[in-house]
Design a protein around this ligand. Sequence first.
Ligand SMILES: [Zn+2]
Ligand SMILES: [Zn+2]
Length: 307
Amino acid sequence: MLIQHEYFKSRSSFYNLDPIGIGTANVESLTSFIMRLCKVHHIRIRALFTYIYKQRLVSKPISFQSDYFNRGKMLYNQEITAALGKLTKRFDIAFLSLYLFPEYIYGRDVKKYRVWCPSCFEEDESSLALVYDRLLWNLEFVKICNVHKCLLETRCPGCSRKNPVLSVKLSIDFCHHCGYKLSNVVPKSIECLSIHERNAQEIIINQLCLLLSLNYKGRHFISFYKEEQCFGKLNREDISDIKKVFGMETMGYITKYFLENGIHNRTTHKNPGIKDMHYFWTRIFMFQILNKDLYDKLHNSALFIEL
Ligand SMILES: [Zn+2]
Ligand SMILES: [Zn+2]
């Protein structure tokens, strides 16, 4: 620890490390960025967290075990994001979590354990030599890789244990427990899922990808939300983006799916795909209710009708 502290003292700041995929659906997660930052500095994550706390950049010691690093809008996440922004002098670290709106956002809930696509890791390694964890994989409801059409892995192929979101192994593609290479497994095709599950994944992931790709515009939307007079200043593209965030088309699509498949008891339906679609629908609905003023403006506005 002494050596680590001496190391920190000798540096004025951290590398201005580029986050991967900002403004796209393939954006990396905050935990991925933390692990890569520590890796390039050859320091342990625990040492980084101790340093951040001792510099009073966060209000309480950072728990290594927290499940909530990647969950936007948590005080915890916001403090760490701000601290990393100061240390790296980057303004875009906030985009490594979903924080589009001031109120509840339907993609904010994150998994408690790491999941990954072995093919994505392999491709990262061969093309970029930079393996990273996607924020999309961390979001609740996401069970497949939409690029490789395979299931996301949840357990280490070597020891069968689940991996924490932050690992002491700074290489993202190695098991936290046994050091086994996490990409060293044959991907499981989505064909092993039921048709409803596959359709649910497609619908949900499309909407979440939309959210992630609009995430970087979040600040703009927030200022719009807070200042009523800004509404008139929004251009057609802004309005169209906000409509997408509200998921109007996706909700309509899910409702139609249930009708066409004669599904009436969607709350008690046994198929996990139907359950996921239903819960996702209700999350978007809650988001619309909680942001009702904005939603009403969109519906009543001439701008809305024009689109
Ligand atoms: Zn993949
Ligand atoms: Zn393992």
